[in-house]
Design a protein around this ligand. Structure first.
Ligand code: F6P
Length: 384
């Protein structure tokens, strides 16, 4: 083992590594294929290891759906959206649905996961995913199987890394949508409400809103006051701006009410599906301001298509660095971006905190200094 290895209790001797499994779990995002390409090439070229792709996240381990990937298979992959391996955000192995006596019950099937990985002679598992995937990766690690994590999500909500790949592509998509909504809103003198993804974090709404010149930005980190929003739109109307653009995160909610779901979280702890807050906001705007209001929900467009240059580079660097971690014998780590450098942290500490927008941070203050309404009183605004 290299002398530079920062040993933790999971460290391995890289001399014993021959085959590495890689999977993509959770919701997809642009850049996953660039990670696979970077990882496979570095494994093959630098270390001479074989890489086995696992289909559809952890499901593929249970169904033993594996495919060998070598450098030749990764040609041009950096451009391709989605994931060639497939993914799944269902079927958490810690609470896996199984049928027993005709009834569906949930069981921890991680022992079966370990058994199948060993059966296929996989020495290390690389798990590319968001917080849910990393929690599963951590429990497999704690059961004694060597795991490395690579963080992804369009939501940019993982505390471990300054930025996740996928976020920049989603942001570009949301900004482009706001640019387009501007022209039609202006022509028709309408208010246009764009609902963007982000789950419980407002990064996409906030940064796309600033880049796309939104007049109102609503994010989960600042429960909003609808009176402030309507007042802002009224003021714009009075000053001659007969249209308004509102960027709303799917997880944003009024201070006196709760989040809006398409499907509520289940009593068993199953996650809900956010969606519908843009309609709620649009109804209130048209009622209070009498401005014709329309809604656009960007949805999965934000997750699809070609990654931006930024995401391609970040994802490639993550893929290569994941291989180097194994080459150094470092296990139980997740690769992260800190400033401009790729670093690594223990998976366990990396998944502890969600990275939320600071309601009083510099980016929100920038928006407010521009005169954007964040759904609360803007302290930079002089009121008559
Ligand atoms: O976490 C990524 C994300 O796209 C969220 O922004 C969104 O709330 C969710 O996934 C949508 O999940 P699904 O693909 O299951 O509809």
């Amino acid at each position: 083992m290299s002398k530079s290895v920062k040993k933790n209790k999971y460290s391995i001797d890289p001399e014993n590594v021959k085959r590495i499994g890689i999977l993509t779990g959770g919701g997809d995002c642009p850049g996953l294929n660039a990670v696979i390409r970077g990882f496979v090439r570095c494994c093959n070229k630098v270390y001479g290891w074989k890489v086995v792709g696992i289909k559809d996240g952890f499901d593929g381990i249970l169904s033993e759906d594996f495919m060998e990937i070598s450098t030749g298979d990764t040609r041009g992959l950096q451009v391709l959206g989605g994931t060639i391996l497939g993914t799944s955000n269902r079927g958490n192995p810690l609470q896996y649905p199984v049928e027993e006596d005709g009834i569906i019950v949930t069981r921890d099937v991680t022992d079966q996961i370990l058994k199948n990985l060993k059966k296929h002679k996989i020495d290390v598992l690389v798990s590319v995913g968001g917080d849910g995937t990393m929690k599963i990766a951590q429990s497999i690690l704690e059961k004694g199987f060597p795991v490395i994590g690579v963080p992804k999500t369009i939501d940019n909500d993982l505390g471990a890394t300054d930025v996740t790949f996928g976020y920049n592509s989603a942001l570009a998509c949301a900004t482009n949508a706001l640019d387009k909504l501007h022209t039609t809103a202006e022509s028709h003198h309408r208010a246009l409400v764009l609902e963007v993804m982000g789950r419980d974090c407002g990064w996409i709404a906030l940064e796309a809103g600033i880049a796309g010149g939104a007049d109102v930005i609503l994010i989960p980190e600042i429960p909003f006051d609808m009176d402030e929003v309507n007042r802002h739109i009224h003021e714009r109307k009075k000053s001659g701006s007969r249209f308004s653009i509102i960027a709303v995160a799917e997880g944003a909610f009024p201070a006196r009410d709760s989040k809006v779901y398409k499907k509520k979280p289940g009593p068993d702890g199953s996650p809900g599906k956010l969606g519908g807050i843009a309609d709620w906001v649009a109804d209130k705007i048209s009622f209070s301001t009498e401005i014709e209001t329309r809604v656009a929900v960007l949805g999965h467009l934000q997750r699809g298509g070609t990654p931006t240059t930024f995401d391609r580079v970040l994802a490639t660097r993550f893929g290569v660095e994941a291989a180097h971690l194994i080459g150094n014998g470092e296990i139980g780590k997740i690769v992260c971006l800190r400033g401009r450098e790729i670093k690594s942290y223990d998976i366990k500490s990396a998944i502890k905190d969600l990275k939320v927008v600071n309601p009083d941070g510099q980016t929100v203050r920038t928006a407010e200094a521009l005169g954007i309404c964040m759904g609360r009183e803007n302290k930079y605004e002089k009121r008559k």
